[in-house]
Design a protein around this ligand. Structure first.
Ligand code: ATP
Ligand code: ATP
Ligand code: MG
Ligand code: MG
Length: 886
């Protein structure tokens, strides 16, 4: 068995619209290709011995043991690998359920798809699945030690990639609300929502958290002073910098018992509470001073009471937790040490902040505290006796949390919400020491000891006792108060030909509405009128660049085959999805071998349109119109044929459509025909002579109309959009060169050649073609291009790209010539006297064609790259770019 390739999918994709997180493995089964599992002696037995839990997989028989039954009866190895890879992730604590296995067009080569929670773990599990199955097939076993190691590695991936527990709860809430999120490339920030509507969080800081509030909260003394002057009960205290100030400070706060803590500490570090003697105070001073960056120590009165954390979000008290310091309860037999071990065995306890609870660790403070209570680590604790191991209740030192949200007194609710506002925090964690949270603080001498910015959520979301509280919900109510949207409209365009042209036109239409439009195309990524990045930007990363831009109000995204195939769509759903056409191109690449498969791939886009949105489909192309069956959204059809039956039925039922009728581009809405513009007035259609451009324009108009753009805006956009080098470089750019014209166009597959032909054949004079094609197509495709060239041109120069994409020089050109010759002898050529010659160098070929062009002729150049060909044309000083050629 040999793994040929592993890819990670992250959005709606060929295999699933709903399951975005998939690993796709291309696998050569080699000698195992033509054996089913029942034909490999000992395989079934070896597999259940290695992974008995596979019994839980139901598979197609649909009952427990169903999958193993298939293994016993005989199934393909790829299928077993899929189930093993899923099971390994399940066993490592990352349950996943989706898998697919398909043989490709090449016998013995399979595509195995498995779901993941964690990308790296998914890829690892795919490899481990192959390893395990190969070992069992060859030796009958998979060593237990190997499996242990696999599971350990898988768990490590999960642990190392895990976001903090608070971030996790926020993300879960985002997903529950259908708000898209993506990690940003710095500072663990997460973007919530898209474009102008996006918000950011970092742990539990939000983009609304003010820096002044955070700085004040981090300054415990400042916090206390501000609160004290607002009449809020805070501990009596003072700050000192030298030991010789300690005595005076103790007197100032009214004597023992006192608390010493660093001015700038957190997580309970350096704090000693309930200090009752000078000796203890001196020791505590050293501890606190050492924990402070500025050697500043707070001296405070000690207030007796229980420790609470109150979470306030957007001025509202959302949750209250009582924090109980780390402790153990005796059973009359075990020592303190044994009791701690027992408590730490709880799987909920981990190290640091990542688990629900933290393990109890012992330090000098704990030993002192034990001693105060009359115990040592080896003392046996009487049954029922509670022994504290920490004085402070921070969860990060092993404390537990008890929910008290329903017990808090209304006056305290008022007070705490006021406190968060006084400090200036949208999300605040208030630490309160009071004997009873159900009484007003003032009545029971409770105090607020500090206010925390970026408070942890885990004690509220997963308290050790009491009701879990959905605190993340409150954060989202604040960040995205309804009906405020979190998304910007996404209009996405796919198809075999015309994507860039249609995307640009659609973006141009949307711009008329005054909204800031971000769009991606094969030439580059743009925001408004500016280029952000040039390059072939039709994949998910470019989409995400637009969607994470805080200025973008509408996204228009050219969405090409390559990106969907490689990693899925860059968005989970869109508002309008357009499919222009599906025709043979790039077949044989990425295991897409037929036009039907290509159609399935492109339909991913329209299947991802949200139910309220629109799928805009070409009613003249059956491969496209059939996609309607799989679409959950509303449908709108466009057609060049005013009598198209599908459109007629659709509009009769009240549906939306766009058609070309009586020379007009028109929208049909129910019984009404809304004329947008006459094709002759739409420069993009070359005076109405380029039918495929009319089709592209219909699609763009319909998409815009479906999104709510007004007809007037669409009309003015159509008349101001030209197939010029500026707006659509390399797409039907027409130049007048003295007595003849030159046309620069990028057609490079049979479907677009035919489209081009529909325009060229309308040309009254001699038609000359300078043709070639990218080398990564199949041999038969070049022959077809040759035939099609012969159908539209009178004279042809065949040239080659300088980047031949792996082909030997001359091979592609010869195949094109072969096609021309075949067309001539079959009588399908434009004229039986088509002249053709072979000039491999593009520059020489173009210059020759232009030099020899007779008056009234049209030289059509199909260049390797737009810029080079453009330079050659511009050197001849085109008179003016003529577009409408009336
Ligand atoms: P964290 O950041 O985890 O909240 P911290 O290091 O910032 O902790 P504080 O919140 O100031 O420290 O104190 C930690 C705990 O010590 C408090 O929650 C409270 O239980 C106790 N404590 C602090 N000051 C006093 C006081 N004056 N009287 C009684 N208990 C106190
Ligand atoms: P690519 O896959 O290279 O990004 P694309 O789909 O973005 O191509 P465009 O760049 O808009 O397509 O157009 C490329 C060429 O395809 C045009 O120059 C024209 O020859 C042809 N073409 C454009 N629209 C259509 C159409 N609707 N049907 C057939 N051919 C078309
Ligand atoms: Mg605190
Ligand atoms: Mg394109």
């Amino acid at each position: 068995m040999k793994i040929l390739k592993i890819q990670t999918l992250r959005g709606p994709n060929y295999w699933s619209i709903r399951r975005h997180k998939l690993v796709l493995m291309r696998l050569d089964l080699e000698e195992w290709a033509d054996k089913t599992t029942s034909e490999i002696p000992g395989f079934y037995e070896g597999l259940i011995a290695a992974l008995p839990s596979l019994n839980e997989h139901h598979c197609s028989p649909g009952h427990q043991g169903g999958f193993l039954q298939r293994v016993r009866e005989g199934t393909m190895m790829g299928h077993v690998i899929e189930h093993v890879a899923l099971e390994l992730q399940e066993m490592a604590g990352m349950p996943v359920g989706f898998g697919r296995t398909r043989e490709t067009a090449t016998p013995g080569i399979y595509q195995v798809v498995i779901e993941y929670q964690n990308e790296q773990a998914g890829r690892y599990a795919a490899r481990a699945g192959v390893r395990m199955c190969q070992s069992i097939a060859e030796t009958g076993t998979y060593a237990a030690a190997e499996l242990v190691q696999d599971l350990r590695d898988l768990r490590e991936f999960a642990a190392s990639a895990a976001l903090g527990p608070s971030t996790e709860t926020l993300i879960k809430e985002a997903e529950a609300r259908g708000i898209p999120w993506m990690p940003l490339s710095a500072r663990f920030m997460i973007q919530l929502g898209y474009g102008v509507h996006q918000k950011r969080i970092q742990a539990t800081l939000s983009n609304r958290t003010g820096v002044l509030g955070v700085e004040l909260a981090c300054d415990k003394e400042g916090t206390k002073n501000i609160l004290a002057s607002a009449g809020v009960p805070v501990p009596r205290g003072t700050v000192i910098h030298y030991l010789d100030e300690l005595q005076g400070a103790i007197e100032d706060v009214g004597g023992y018992p006192i608390v010493l803590k660093p001015l700038d500490g957190n997580h309970g570090r350096g704090i000693t509470i309930d200090i009752n003697s000078w000796e203890a105070a001196e020791e505590a001073y050293d501890l606190a001073s050492a924990a402070s960056k500025t050697k500043s120590v707070i001296v405070e009165r000690y207030y007796v009471g229980r420790d609470h954390r109150v979470l306030v979000v957007n001025g509202q008290v959302i949750a209250v937790a009582e924090r109980v310091p780390a402790n153990v309860v005796g059973n009359g037999r075990s020592t303190v040490e044994q009791l701690i071990e027992e408590v730490n065995r709880d799987p909920q306890r981990g190290d640091g902040h990542d688990n629900v609870l933290t393990r109890i660790t012992i330090d000098k403070l704990s030993l002192d505290l034990l001693q105060k209570q009359g115990y040592a680590m080896d003392s046996v604790v009487p049954a029922g006796e509670r022994v504290f191991l920490r004085a402070t209740a921070n969860l990060s030192t092993g404390g537990i949390a008890v929910d008290r949200t329903d017990e808090i007194h209304p006056e305290n609710v008022w007070l705490f919400s006021r406190v968060a506002k006084i400090i200036g925090l949208d999300i605040a964690g208030i630490d309160v020491v009071t004997p009873d949270i159900s009484q007003p603080l003032r009545d029971v001498s409770g105090v607020i000891v500090e206010v925390n910015a970026a408070p942890g959520f885990r004690m509220h979301v997963a308290p050790s006792q009491g009701l879990p509280r959905n605190v993340a919900g409150a954060v989202f109510d604040m960040l995205f108060p309804s009906p405020q949207p979190s998304r910007v409209p996404i209009l996405a365009v796919t198809g075999t030909n015309g994507k860039t042209t249609t995307t640009r036109l659609l973006a141009h239409i949307v711009k008329q509405t005054g909204q800031i439009t971000g769009y991606t195309t094969t030439d580059g990524t743009y925001i408004g009128d500016y280029l952000v990045e040039s390059g072939d930007n039709t994949g998910p990363q470019s989409a995400q660049l637009i969607l994470s831009d805080p200025t973008v109000e509408v996204a228009v995204l050219e969405t090409a085959r390559g990106g969907i195939l490689r990693s899925g769509l860059g968005f989970d759903q869109c508002d309008v999805g357009v499919v222009l056409n599906v025709a043979a191109d790039h077949l044989g690449i990425g295991d897409i071998d037929t036009v039907e498969q290509l159609a399935k791939l492109k339909s991913v886009l329209v299947e991802s349109v949200m139910p309220k949105g629109y799928a805009v489909l070409n009613a003249d192309d059956p491969l496209v119109s059939q996609m309607a069956q799989r679409v959950k959204a509303q449908i709108a059809y466009f057609s060049m044929n005013p009598d198209n039956e599908l459109v007629a039925r659709h509009t009769a039922a009240g549906g939306l459509a766009a058609i070309y009728e009586n020379g007009y581009l028109s929208i049909l809405k129910g019984d009404w025909t809304l004329r947008i513009e006459q094709a002759v007035n739409v420069p993009l259609t070359m005076g109405g002579r380029a039918p495929f451009m009319i089709a592209n324009a219909l699609a763009a108009c319909l998409a815009a109309f479906a999104q709510g753009v007004k007809i007037e805006d669409i009309r003015s956009a159509l008349s101001s959009f030209q197939a010029s080098v500026g707006q659509t470089p390399g797409r039907m750019n027409l130049f007048k060169l003295g007595s003849y014209h030159a046309l620069l166009d990028y057609a490079h597959n049979p479907h677009s050649y035919k489209a081009l032909g529909s325009f060229v054949l309308n040309w009254p004079g001699l038609r000359i073609g300078v043709v070639g094609a990218p080398g990564d197509r199949r041999d038969e495709d070049f022959v077809t291009l040759g035939k099609l060239s012969a159908e539209m041109f009178d004279r042809i120069i065949v040239k080659e790209d300088s980047d031949r994409r792996g082909r030997e020089p001359g091979v592609v050109a010869k195949l094109i010539c072969q096609g021309i010759a075949e067309a001539i002898s079959a009588g399908t050529a434009n004229t039986s006297k088509v002249e053709y010659e072979l000039i491999l160098d593009e520059t020489t070929a173009v210059n020759k064609a232009l030099d020899e062009a007779p008056a009234g002729s049209l030289v059509v150049i199909l260049p390797e790259g737009v810029n080079k060909a453009l330079t050659l044309i511009e050197a001849r000083k085109p008179i003016k770019e003529s577009v409408a050629m009336q």
